[in-house]
Write a protein that binds this ligand. Sequence first.
Ligand SMILES: NC(=O)c1ccc[n+]([C@@H]2O[C@H](COP(=O)([O-])OP(=O)(O)OC[C@H]3O[C@@H](n4cnc5c(N)ncnc54)[C@H](O)[C@@H]3O)[C@@H](O)[C@H]2O)c1
Length: 411
Amino acid sequence: MWATRLAERVATRAARVSVVGVGYVGLPIARAFASRGFPVTGVERSAVRRASVEDEAFTLVEDLREVEESDVVIMAVPTPVTSDRTPDMGDIDAVVAAVAAQLRPGQLLCGVSTVYPGATQERVLPALTATGLEPDRDFFLAFSPERANPGGGHFDLWNTPRLVGGVGPRSRALAQQILEQITETVVPVTSPRVAELAKLYENSFRLVNLGFVNEFAQLCHRMEEDVGEVLGAAHTKPYGILPFLPGPGVGGHCIPVDPHFLDWAARAKGTSSRFIRLAAEVNGGMPRHVVERCEVWLRSDGVERARVRVVGVSYKRDVPDVRNAPALAILADLSANGHEVDYHDPLVPELQVGGRRLRSTPLEEAPRADLAIIVTDHSVLDPQAILAAAERVFDCRRMLPSDDGAQVRYL
Ligand SMILES: NC(=O)c1ccc[n+]([C@@H]2O[C@H](COP(=O)([O-])OP(=O)(O)OC[C@H]3O[C@@H](n4cnc5c(N)ncnc54)[C@H](O)[C@@H]3O)[C@@H](O)[C@H]2O)c1
């Protein structure tokens, strides 16, 4: 009965949708439901975030308790790992407790935050069944991992297929129905755990392949061979290979974090993921490798203490996000080694490195650097301006044309 009622409310777009966490993931979801005509409330605890999305076509509140009635609650809060790489479920637990406190028959909770395998069934579900309501009959619970790719171009919320698993068939079907309002293809799987594991496999796949290509770049360097040419040659194979490129390390909120959920869950089962650990170690060593390569170059030119400029500091091309960005480790390492550092990134006006606050230096005003390191190749960066303001450029992204190592060298 409750399932039928909710299905009707979704079909008529009367279902009230609350999106908890209006960040990188939650904001597009809230916008999409609002644009399809659903009454939407964004729940966002950060006043700064709330202020930045005030003009949206949905209501915005600070706390889920302010929302009188929701038919559907989408949970899009952060899921970091602690310093010992244990999943930090604090935000999820807080939202689930708030949902449980107001749970009424006919509601659907759908998590989209990346979580460890089993979290929906073993952690979220018991908190909701403790209310006395029956899962998959009175209330509905599902998990649908987010695949957002910030700055990713062609793929968006609508045309990126998404997975959904429910704690029962009604939960799965209802979650699929609601998600099909904002995403063209929703792929049902047998349980939330399958969806949780699939998401972790997707991100671990990226971490592991990046780890391998980063190690391969180091091997090629030792062999005095150009890794770019070698990879270009390998990528002419039309099957059985995927093009991963080396870089200065991995950053952001997903690739350096989520695979550890899988390793953590494996440890709970008395095993571990050797691939994830190894890849994390190799990728984590890349900023150091970049600094070492730069210092060898400077020393070979007789420069011990240099003025070094990092160009592009966010973790990814064309996004302003600096979470876990390798540029932070590179800047910190260079400073610790006694170099004078500055940075240039039109997308990131200010940056906190170690206890210091740095400001992006416009290239036309910048003093000439002994070395510039291109860490992130935003499309707005001007190659000529970078070259004009530095004696040498260490290009981690092959943004500049080759000059056989005269002024430009590659990772
Ligand atoms: N950013 C991405 O590209 C991406 C891609 C795929 C999956 N994910 C996953 O999606 C989840 C969210 O990531 P994000 O990048 O959107 O994070 P984010 O930090 O940009 O946004 C999360 C928001 O939730 C808010 N919040 C936390 N607890 C709250 C509460 N109790 N009530 C109200 N608001 C609360 C925070 O203030 C923040 O604004 C994470 O699990 C992440 O791993 C992110």
